[in-house]
Design a protein around this ligand. Sequence first.
Ligand code: PA5
Length: 447
Amino acid sequence: MQHIQYNDKFLSDFLSDGELESYAPHVAQAEKLLMSKSGPGNDFLGWLDLPKKTGKDTISAINDKAQEIRSKADLLICVGIGGSYLGTKAAIEFLSPAFEDMRKPRVVFAGHTINSDYLADLLELAKDKEVAVNVISKSGTTTEPGIAFRVIRQWMEKRYGREEAAKRIVATTDPDKGALRKLAKEEGYAAFEIPGDVGGRFSVLTPVGLFPIAVAGIDIGKLIAGAAEASDFCSGESIEKNMAGRYAAVRNILFRKGYTTEVMATFQPQLHFINEWWKQLAGESEGKDGTGIFPAGLDYTTDLHSLGQWLQEGLRNVFETFMVLKKTASTITVPKFDDDSDDLNYLASRSFEDINEKAFQGTMLAHLDGGVPSATLMLEDRSEATLGQLFYFFEKAVALSGYILRVNPFDQPGVEAYKKNMFALLGKAGFEKQAEALSGRAKGISI
Ligand code: PA5
């Protein structure tokens, strides 16, 4: 069953008759390039058939380890950044109860920021909990998770002793390379492998995401099955059949017309981190060589009381995709009060979802009237199958869109610039020349 539906029928004021159809050859060409594995970055296409290749054995091995961790820990600390963090966070926020205290075990994150207060609070939270750690880094050399893990490892060894700490730490990293693989071997940490041909932001359906998601109690078999289904309805050279291809076509037509920012607008808070994950996926894949659609995320109706003004009347360089959840698990209705002192009795006995739907309809129509090309992405429910389909749909769409934009969607040369500067300023060996060039300029920029 298809749990997600993309709909561009509201774009008639922005696309001329037949425009989408005449753009279809660009999608066909991108699809050909991707599926024949002959395009740029073709050594990072392992994610393409991953859902169909992930066998029961792999899922069982991950589930077994997750079960072991669930039986001995009520707090899992995941250490990672970028693609080694956002997919897990998105899945847990989408599929778990809203408040962290309601989640068992609780999964918290470290290494995605450089901040003593955050880490100190996390260790304070951990002190009366049974703790396990999943340190995730494909390269095994990323600074942010690297320094956070040093602190957490020291804390774990002090708390449990080195031997027991090692039993509570799971590493997810490259099969052979990197400092983390070496450390895992030396310390005897259980370790999962990130396939060499799957890049960070495309890795949520590898052990990077699957293991901590399974620890959170989510059915990873269903997640993978959902992704496998999406690989069917997101394939082929026809935009009538390939939903990811159709979405990629719409994005690029609008981009060429000057709509350079895509706002992914949600109406449910559980979708916030899916947006964060998508922003990384799209932004890091497309934003290079002086081109790329800027991915932005807004949470409605919260943001209708802030950036809604900008969307309605600001610069007309934005198009909007409304990512909306059809079904919620519970239904709360507005109570009736005889005094009706707040004049809200006209909404009595109507559900929050009914009211939210009217907010969605009202917003979309207002934005269309205000000159914002808008399409919808409907999600059936908050299930593993829906999420698996969504993950794959976005991965495929971004890969196609990157090829349409004529960039390599699978590299990220731009992220090296800040890293080189940071290493030079921190005094890392090998960066002496840059350090000399930067030190004077950096003096004026201090915290
Ligand atoms: O998409 C990517 O490759 C990056 O965003 C990485 O996921 C991020 O930089 C973290 O890298 P690593 O897993 O090597 O620590």
